[in-house]
Ligand binder design. Structure first.
Ligand SMILES: [Zn+2]
Length: 290
């Protein structure tokens, strides 16, 4: 929409000849979604709206975005965006510099959600930190409907959305996960707080691993003790995440290792892909803890 090539630069490009600048008269609204779940929401809401392009910023095989580094391509995508729709709550800290230099409008979806405090700040650890919020709210399917409704209104400020508003059936965690013999989760990332809450499960422990290293001997001992104490049949790693510590613990306790999907990448551009992935996570938990 507001593709602003500086006149001088444009003239220079024309003089050089052969170099074609971005298509002139591009009247489309360029929306950039930062994460795959946000992308699925935006494509769903704009699928029948003309003159809108929707791009996904990060679609890499990563477990979660915390250590992501912007590529040159990403910078270009940010530069070319009219509206950036982001997850927020600190998940995209890796792009804060690029964002501060961008003239795009920003829709931060975390403001549509009741956020939970991050796990390490949830307890009474005796320290006096600033409150921090857990950004992994998309792992709760209920988020899908809340954010979808709010985002629809927020996007309407920039483009007239056309087409029917489809209602989706959300997964029912109670019917799928009720009556599990073991309602406890041990995970390898603190990204499952919302998921556990939605499913009525207790997140006993979320182990944060530094890239390329395993948890400390003390932590492994602590988890092994928990597994014995609560008779836990399986622990959960992330798809594309590290399995090193989990394998050490599995060898020691005989517990199984299962993978949960954080929905950081995917090939499908439909909102149903989001719901299907969350269903699949619930199925995985049921299979692992039944
Ligand atoms: Zn995360």
């Amino acid at each position: 929409m507001k593709k602003r090539l500086f006149p001088v630069l444009l003239a220079a490009l024309l003089l050089l000849g052969g170099c074609t600048p971005a298509p002139a008269g591009d009247e489309k609204l360029h929306i950039l979604a930062t994460t795959y779940p946000i992308y699925l929401l935006v494509t769903d809401l704009t699928t029948q709206t003309e003159d809108v392009t929707v791009d996904l910023l990060v679609n890499s095989q990563t477990s979660c975005l915390h250590d992501y580094t912007l590529t040159v391509e990403d910078m270009k995508a940010i530069e070319g965006a009219d509206v950036i729709v982001m997850n927020g709550a600190g998940l995209e800290d890796f792009m804060s510099d690029a964002l501060s230099q961008s003239s795009a409008a920003v829709i931060d979806c975390s403001r549509f959600v009741d956020l939970l405090p991050t796990l390490e700040h949830a307890g009474h650890d005796g320290h006096d930190h600033e409150e921090e919020w857990d950004p992994h709210y998309w792992m709760d399917a209920g988020w899908g409907l809340t954010v979808r409704n709010e985002l629809r209104q927020a996007l309407a400020e920039y483009v007239e959305l056309t087409g029917p508003f489809v209602e989706y059936q959300l997964p029912d965690p109670a019917s799928l996960l009720g009556g599990l013999s073991c309602p406890y989760l041990i995970t390898f990332h603190d990204g499952f707080q919302y998921f556990a809450k939605e499913c009525g499960l207790t997140l006993l422990k979320a182990i944060e691993e530094e890239e390329g290293s395993t948890a400390s001997a003390r932590e492994i001992k602590e988890i092994t003790a928990l597994i014995d104490q609560y008779h836990i049949p399986a622990i959960f790693v992330e798809k594309n995440g590290s399995r090193a510590t989990a394998e050490v613990i599995s060898r020691e306790t005989g517990c199984g290792i299962y993978e949960l999907d954080m929905l950081m990448s995917g090939g499908e551009g439909r909102f149903s892909a989001y719901l299907n992935a969350l269903y699949a996570n619930m199925e995985t938990v049921r299979e692992a803890l039944k």
